[in-house]
Design a binder for this molecule. Sequence first.
Ligand SMILES: [Zn+2]
Length: 453
Amino acid sequence: MNEKTIWDHLRNKGLSPAGTAGLMGNLYAESGLNPKNLQNSFERKLDYSDEEYTQQVDGGFYKNFVHDSAGYGLAQWTYYSRKQALLDFAEAARKSIGDLSMQLDFLMYELERNYNVLFRSLKSATSVKAASDAVLLQYERPADQSDAVKTRRAAYGQKYYDEFVGKEETSWTTKSETSTTSGKKPSTNSQETEVKTMSNSSLVVYKKISPNKTSPRNHAIDTITIHCMAGNLTIETCGNVFAPTSRQASSNYGIGSDGRIGMYVEEKDRSWCSSNGVNDHRAVTIEVANDGGANTGWHVSDKAMAALINLVTDICKRNGIKKLVWSDKKDDRVNHRNGCNMTVHRDYANKSCPGDYLYGKHAYIAAEVNKRLGATTTETPAVTPTTGSFLVKVMITDLNIRAGAGTNTAKKGVIKPGTYTIVEVKSGKGSTAGWGKLKSGAGWISLDYAKRV
Ligand SMILES: [Zn+2]
């Protein structure tokens, strides 16, 4: 619930509702309101996730925080003197560099000392747009200060204004679990898709609505993001995990190993699931329990897999998704190339989620859902045959070695987890990533369960 915390913090410091909203819209544009946000291009360059970067700075292991030119935190502080001041501030407060309230205090300190004209105008502001423009031009000063950017940031701010001013003035009855599709119409700029009335799946047998969400979502549902729980949680336990605001995480749905389906965030709302706001505003997120541990690539039970296929089919039908399209290339997924409408958590964060098992099943899930939707896909996606050797790591303990490239050939034993050389790849029955020929001559293994190293 960073939004509410930030709103209250800024209001308590004397900013007007419009001033608070205008500032928050800019912070959202900069960091998604994530105080640990490391500028994306630096996540790749430094090979750190938000979390790792924060820990390395806190632990004193990473020495270049001040001078690395990487944007960081709520306001994406970048310039060395501002990062030095932020670091000093955090050290004086004995807080993590990624601590939310420390950063808000620092933000107010900066505004008051160095941007006093802006600070005073945010206290008396009555227009969200004017306040947002002032923050953009005087404080954030991004490279792109076009009208489109101004409009978009003001629209983000307006959403917070609509949400929180309403709550300050009228004490709303709690949004109960039974509230159906009463999503407020979000204020949008012309480029954003208007949110349609969204329903929820009737396959749900258990509901525990999480406070960790953004209501309503700002984009129509056109994407499915399947996650692994990294544990064998029941749908009730998963609901309890997402219940406290301190958890800062949720999903739209959850599926237990027994095949039962729970709901934690209604489809009309954005869950906080995939470490990426843009994705989660357009995706329905589904957490699936694992009946095997990390050494199985987070295996999923047959019942959970069947329920997952049913649930995804239902989501597609109700939201007008005619066909699921998977790609094994991250670039296709995150850019929705060629109609690709399935994404995975590892695209957006340094995580193994959804686990190698579910990851390898995505083409199969798409094919099964498409059968039910009456859309056509190739059952066994063609894998470009290759020769030339490469190394793979086998993670699971029960991977069969086959006599040929397919589950329709004889089993020749089980391969131990470890690193192996593959000398040839062919497509074949029962594997979406294709079959790899072992250099030893022992036979072929499904590359769904092996990771290229
Ligand atoms: Zn995940």
